[in-house]
Ligand binder design. Sequence first.
Ligand code: F6P
Length: 363
Amino acid sequence: MKKKKRIGILTGGGDCPGINAVIRAVAKKAINEKDMEVIGIEDGYHGVVNDRYRKLEYSDVSGILTLGGTILGTSKTANPYRYAVKKGSKLGFQDLSQKTIRNIKKLDLTCLVCIGGDGTLGIAYRLFKDGIPIIGLPKTIDNDLRGTDITFGFDSAVSIAAEGIDRIHTTAESLHRIMIVEVMGHKAGWIALYSGVAGGGDIILIPEIPYDMNIITEKVKERNKKGKRFSIVVIAEGAKPKGGDIVIQRIVKESSDPIRLGGIGFVLGEQIEKITGLETRTVVMGHLLRGGSPTPFDRILATGLGSKAVDMIEDKKFGYMVGVKRNSLVAAPLKEVAKGPKVVPLNHPMIKAARSLGTCFGD
Ligand code: F6P
C-alpha cells in the first residue's frame, strides 16, 4: 500500500478570528481530496520543541468554520531558536532549534504549515532555511504582513472596532463629550485607519504619523464652534506624539517581541480635557478585537488561502506564504515576509480620501 503523505499544522502568535477556518480548509482538503494525514501541533512552536501533537481527523475540523481562537492552541513566546527556560525565578534562553528539527523530521512531514504573523513566519523562514519544508499562511488582525495585501482576521477586527466606534457615538453626541477609542496596532495603524474611516472618526491617530497636540485640540475646538459639540478620536495603541514616546503596558520577558502596548488613549484624553476643558473619555478595545467569530469575508479568505496552501504542498512550493495580491492568491517568498512589518504608507489612498473629507491625522 502506498504510504500516505503527512502534513503538520501549527498556529503561532496571538489568536485571531479565522484561524480555525484556515485549519479546517487545509485539513479538510488534505484529507478529503488528497488522502493525506494531518498532524495538529499543539500551542505553536511549543509543540515542535516538546513533541506535543495529535492526529487531526476530518471530524476534528468539521464544525469549526465560525469558531474563534484556535483548536490547536497557540503561543506568543515559543521560539525554538530562543526558547525561554525558567530556573526558579531566573529566566534564560536556549537554542533548541536542532532538537526541534529532529522532532519535525521524526514526524516525517511532507510539509509543515505555519499559520501566523511576522513573528511566527520569521521563525518559519529560519526553519525552512534549516531544511524543513514549510508553507506559511497570513494570520493577524493587524494586517501588517509583507507579501500580502490582506491577512485574515483584519476584516473581523475592523468590523468589531467599527461597531465599537458606532456605539461610542451615542454617548459622545448625547453628552457632548470627546470620546477616544483605542484599538490594537503596535507598529502599524491599519486597524485604526480602516475602523476610523468606517466609523466616521473625526481624528485618526496611527503609529506612522506622530501627532501634534495643538492640531488635535484645534480640530476639536473648531468642531465645537461649528456646532458639533462632540468628537470621536480613533487611536492605535502604537501611536505617539511628535518627539514623544509610545505607552508601554507591560514587558513580556519570555517573548522575542516583548513590548505590550496600551493606554496611549488615556494619556491623550487627559491632555485634550486639560487643554480644551471638554469632558474626554477613553475606551480601550484591546483583545475584544481578536475574539469571536470571523466575518464572512474572513471565512471566505481563510478558505481560499487554506485550499491554495494544499495545492502549493502538492507543487512542493516550500519556503512561501500564501498571500493575496490584487484579489488573486499568490505565493509570497517567506524571505520577503520575514523582513518586518508592513506599515501604512503615508500616501495610502485611504489616508488621502479621509483627509479630503476633513479627517484629522494629528499632523
Ligand atoms: O499582533 C497582534 C496584536 O494583537 C497586536 O496588535 C498587539 O500589540 C498584540 O497582539 C497584543 O498582544 P498580547 O495578546 O500579548 O497582549
